[in-house]
Structure formats: structure tokens, C-alpha cells
Design a protein around this ligand. Structure first.
Ligand SMILES: Cc1cc2nc3c(=O)[nH]c(=O)nc-3n(C[C@H](O)[C@H](O)[C@H](O)COP(=O)(O)OP(=O)(O)OC[C@H]3O[C@@H](n4cnc5c(N)ncnc54)[C@H](O)[C@@H]3O)c2cc1C
Length: 315
């Protein structure tokens, strides 16, 4: 094993449970927090030299990590890609900026467009790769003017036309690039109106989603023309449990636990839900959350649709 590049903070065996909203997950073999993009590049080369898998961690709000952890270099961009700059109706933000902070800063500049993001606890990078959004159809993709990425061709700026956004998907994810920053186009709006809308959205969340227990947001993607939560509830799964992981009584598309559940329990519960929904409605629910683990993927997650880009950045 080659030593890590000098001057870069790399820790061994860091428990990922501490870095995910689900509060579940064993250790990452290496966990690194580069201080800038030059260090990110060095880390990437270091991982490639040893044929180690390389994974970016954003806010950890859409992940389920295996109890055994992962044999990978996990990198957080929080010290490498923060900060935001406003110019007219545009904002340029680093990938590690959290969406609610960005939405609040935009509001302070009298700019609307990001109100929908106030309750999404992810980073800009994580949000772009999944085109994060809310149930009324608003999402981050349509606001994008350009995206700064790092991939096999080094650092590049992709124009709006070079990136495809669909329901909770983007070509950034499928091409395997790392997002390092973005420029979004916003629109002037009165601060009071923005604040009122954000309040309404946050209130609606607190009323309909479990906020006190660890969770990873929506577990399953909505199938075409329907809602995963409606199907899970109609299949009688509210309150269904495996070990201490259980389907939230408040929102059937959330799996919650009391802090000690394992990934094995969560994936078993997910598979049980999938089978019950399939048996009653003929629909196989696909996970919205992502699985991080080595070896065979749990049944609930199926084959990895992006397996070919798992070992490094694309484009
Ligand atoms: C309580 C709660 C409510 C939620 N509500 C919503 C909602 O309303 N709408 C919604 O869309 N989602 C929601 N989510 C899910 C989650 O917040 C979003 O999917 C978010 O965009 C994930 O961002 P993240 O930074 O946390 O990504 P992570 O969970 O850290 O990572 C997810 C994936 O993104 C990749 N990634 C992270 N950073 C980058 C980067 N810079 N470049 C490339 N890839 C990167 C990771 O490698 C991983 O593959 C919710 C989650 C929770 C816990």
C-alpha cells in the first residue's frame, strides 16, 4: 500500500455511521478531507494507483452503508469546495455547500427559485447528481447554468445543454464525474414572500415526515403515475419492522430506527416491502437511496446501474 499523498488529511477505518443521516454503516477503509481541488486530484490519482474504489460523500443524506463498511477511499469536499458568490441573479456555489444554507443565502439576496430546497438536507453536489427536488415537480436541474466537474478529462465546465436532468437522475451521476461547483440562475423575489413559502414548506415537512428519528428521506422512487408512499401504505406496511428498523407510521416511504438498527435489517425490511407491494399491486419499487457496500448487493437494491463507473470518474 502506497502512503497517502503528503499533507492531505487521510484517516483509516472511519465509521461512516457518523457521517450519514441514517446513522448506519461500518468503516471506510480511508476517509479524506482534501483542503482544495489540487489535493482532490492527488487523492484521486493515489486511489487509482492502488485500484481502490473512490467515493464522494456529500451530506450523507441519501445513503445506506453496509454494516461491514467499504473498502474505498471516501472523500468529503467540505474543506475543498465550499463558499458561494452572488452576482446579479446568479449564484456560484461549491459542491459542499448545503442546500438549505444556499436557499437561505439566496433569500437574503432577494433571489427566489431555491425555496423548494429549504428542507432537503443534502449538499449541492449530491443534489445535482440526483436532481433533488420536491413533489410538486420543482428540482435543482432547471436552475443550472453550468456545472464544474472533475473527471477523467480533468476539470471541466459543462454548460446547461451538456447535462441531462430527469426525475431524481442526471447524466452527472451516470457519467461518474465529481461535481465541484455550480452556477445557478435565480429570479428576483421579495424576501418576505420567499420566507413565507419556506416556512410553509418546512411546516408541511414537519407535519408529514418523521424528523426525530434517523432516516434517509424517501426510501423508494415514485413509480410512473403513482407514489411509493401510497403503495407501501396500501400494502399494509406502515409500522412493519425488521429488528429495530421500521416503516414510519407518519410517512410510509420513510424507514426509521431508534439509533441501533443495522443495514442488514434495513435492507431486509426494504425487500419485504418490495415483495408485499409487488404481490398486491404488481409494482416492484426501486430504491431512491443509494447502497454503499462491497461484494454482493442486497436484493432490495438489485444490480448497480452504474457499476461501470464505480471505480473512478468518467467523462
Ligand atoms: C429527512 C430527509 C429529507 C429528504 N428530502 C428530500 C427531498 O425532498 N427531495 C430530494 O430530492 N431528496 C431528499 N432527501 C434525500 C437527500 O437529501 C438528497 O438526495 C440529497 O440531494 C443528497 O445529497 P447528499 O449531499 O446528502 O448526498 P450523499 O447522501 O452524501 O451522496 C449521495 C450520492 O451523491 C454522490 N455525491 C455526493 N456529492 C457529490 C459530488 N460533489 N459530485 C458527485 N456526486 C456526489 C455520492 O457519491 C452518492 O453517490 C431527503 C433526505 C432526508 C434525510
Amino acid at each position: 500500500m502506497l502512503p497517502p499523498p503528503p499533507g492531505i488529511e487521510v484517516h483509516e477505518g472511519v465509521a461512516l455511521a457518523r457521517h450519514t443521516y441514517m446513522r448506519i454503516g461500518g468503516p471506510a477503509r480511508y476517509f479524506a478531507t482534501p483542503k482544495g481541488l489540487a489535493q482532490l486530484e492527488l487523492l484521486m490519482l493515489w486511489a487509482m494507483q492502488q485500484r481502490m474504489s473512490f467515493r464522494l460523500l456529500g451530506g450523507g443524506s441519501n445513503l445506506l452503508v453496509a454494516d461491514e463498511g467499504i473498502d474505498a477511499v471516501v472523500v468529503s469536499l467540505r474543506s475543498a469546495a465550499g463558499g458561494m458568490t452572488f452576482e446579479g441573479t446568479h449564484v456560484t456555489a461549491g459542491a459542499a455547500v448545503m442546500l438549505p444554507a444556499l436557499a437561505r443565502a439566496a433569500a437574503e439576496h432577494g433571489l427566489g427559485g431555491l425555496e423548494f430546497a429549504i428542507g432537503i438536507p443534502g449538499s449541492v453536489g449530491g443534489a445535482l447528481q440526483s436532481n433533488a427536488g420536491i413533489g410538486d415537480g420543482r428540482s435543482i436541474g432547471p436552475l443550472v447554468e453550468s456545472v464544474e466537474v472533475f473527471g477523467a478529462r480533468g476539470f471541466q465546465t459543462l454548460s446547461r445543454d451538456e447535462v441531462q436532468f430527469d426525475y431524481r437522475r442526471s447524466s452527472l451521476r451516470s457519467s461518474g464525474v465529481m461535481v465541484v461547483g455550480v452556477t445557478l440562475g435565480l429570479a428576483p423575489r421579495a424576501g418576505a414572500d420567499i420566507a413565507a413559502e419556506m416556512r410553509r414548506l418546512l411546516d408541511a415537512r414537519s407535519a408529514s415526515q418523521p424528523t426525530a428519528e434517523p432516516n434517509a428521506g424517501s426510501i423508494f422512487r415514485n413509480p410512473p403515475g403513482d407514489f411509493a408512499g401510497r403503495l407501501v401504505e396500501a400494502a399494509g406496511c406502515k409500522g412493519l419492522a425488521v429488528g429495530t428498523a421500521r416503516v414510519s407510521e407518519l410517512h410510509a416511504n420513510f424507514i426509521v430506527h431508534d439509533g441501533v438498527a443495522t443495514a442488514r435489517e434495513v435492507t431486509a425490511l426494504m425487500a419485504e416491502i418490495q415483495h408485499r407491494v409487488q404481490a398486491q399491486f404488481g409494482v416492484w419499487l426501486l430504491p431512491e437511496i443509494e447502497w454503499w457496500g462491497d461484494g454482493t448487493r442486497p436484493e432490495a437494491f438489485g444490480p448497480d446501474p452504474f457499476a461501470e463507473v464505480d471505480e473512478g470518474p468518467g467523462l
